[in-house]
Design a protein around this ligand. Structure first.
Ligand SMILES: [Zn+2]
Length: 411
């Protein structure tokens, strides 16, 4: 067994860990535990004696403290083991382009798959680096096996160098992040960390302290059903009511027409028959106010449509999904300050950003573990064009080591 971050990464990506949103079990797919067991074995081999996989598919482990200071916060490094349901993760065949010379990268297993510099301008900064891709027939799984490999490598480095002063570091590897269930069964008390960092971002040097706030909405419609031969003036077809509602959703508030800090209303599922229909939607915004405004707007649309169908009824259910973690992180500015300084010390220019989505950290932050998102170095997540460079993974490892040192130094 070899120890570099690339060695580890290549070992993890060939283990299929795709999660499944339709599965009710926890973890959603049993195969995620295959990787969990490998990680625990490797953690034990490093000398981390409390490493274990629990019955819900989570890996917990501790890098013990090396400092005599007793006021150093316990920090958690977190990444997820599953890969996205969007594209297959079975039989990943990682390809390494050593000393990349620039230009488009054609993937060898499906030559119609090309990573183009025009679509991936980040490639321009990778000349001379070693780039890992899939063969084009699967995703690569850098999201988030890069994070796993980086945390493992940083942990090994800290264990091997006990002269480096740091507080206790808790390691948490989660299943089912990609289907929004990554922290459902996390035992926060057992984890026992004060602050955390997910290592699940993209470009080297980036750190994110903002995510969307997110709600899910279900609209249930009951129409007036009857024999179509005798329906004149009476039938109210629930399918048509649902279609009317979807047709009236504002065109300027959709995922395909918004970027930056603008949120959206997005239908994700619709099904129906004459007598009843159901529309599932997600609402996203960076602020609570924006979220509520969009929900009111949606209900106004539903009400306006329903006035044309007086015999029909509807109900609307709002389910909270996650909240913008910035609300919590702003109360603990040292979490971001230390991370930004660590990125500096690792030789990069820190770039602070926001995510048009959620992370495990957005929910962890509201469960008592404030948790921004540090880059893992991958690009083109959830697609066969996914790629990452060894050098950017090394930068992430250095960032994590520097971050561990900084919390001790500043305590
Ligand atoms: Zn991820």
């Amino acid at each position: 067994m070899t120890d570099t971050v690339l060695d580890r990464f290549l070992r993890y990506v060939v283990i299929d860990t795709q999660s499944d949103p339709r599965s009710p079990s926890q973890p959603s797919t049993e195969k995620q535990k295959d990787l969990g067991r490998v990680l625990v074995e490797e953690l034990l081999a490093i000398g981390i004696t409390d490493a274990h996989l629990d019955e819900h598919g989570y890996v917990y482990a501790t890098v013990p403290t090396t400092t005599t200071k007793n006021n150093v916060p316990v920090i958690c490094f977190c990444s997820h083991m599953d890969t996205a349901p969007d594209f297959t993760g079975t039989n990943v065949k990682p390809q390494i382009i050593e000393n990349y010379r620039g230009g488009d990268i054609t993937l060898v297993g499906d030559r119609s798959q090309v990573i183009r510099v025009s679509d991936h301008p980040e490639l321009d900064r990778q000349v001379g680096n070693d780039i890992v891709t899939s063969d084009g027939t699967t995703l690569l799984g850098a999201d988030d096996k890069a994070g796993l490999a980086e945390i493992m490598t940083a942990a090994k480095f800290l264990i091997d160098n006990p002269d480096i002063k740091h507080g206790a570091i808790r390691i948490l590897f989660t299943p089912d992040e990609e289907i929004g269930r990554g922290v459902d069964k996390v035992d926060i008390a057992k984890l026992g960390a004060d602050f955390g960092y997910t290592v699940d971002g993209e470009t080297a040097g980036h750190i994110e302290d903002e995510t969307f706030s997110a709600d899910g909405i279900e609209i249930f419609i009951r129409g007036v059903a009857m024999h179509p031969g005798f329906a004149i003036g009476k039938m109210e077809n629930a399918i048509k009511i649902a279609g009317n509602i979807v047709a009236r959703l504002p065109k300027e508030l959709t995922p395909e027409t918004t970027a930056g800090r603008d949120g959206f209303i997005h239908p994700t599922d619709i099904r129906g028959s004459m007598d009843k229909a159901q529309i599932s939607l997600i609402i996203r915004d960076f602020t609570e106010k924006g979220l509520l405004e969009k929900e009111e707007l949606l209900e106004d649309i539903v009400k306006a449509v329903m006035t044309k169908f007086p015999g029909s009824t509807y109900s609307l259910e709002v389910k909270q999904q996650y909240r913008n973690m910035k609300g919590v992180l702003d109360q603990h500015p040292e979490i971001m300050e230390n991370a930004i300084e660590a990125i500096h010390r690792a030789g990069m220019l820190p770039v602070r950003g926001s995510i048009r989505g959620g992370t495990d950290g957005s929910r962890l932050s509201y469960m008592g573990l404030p948790c921004p998102n540090i880059f893992a170095g991958g690009h083109a997540f959830h697609s066969p064009l996914e790629w990452i460079s060894r050098q950017d993974m090394d930068r992430a490892v250095t960032t994590l080591v520097e971050l561990a040192k900084l919390w001790e130094e500043r305590a």
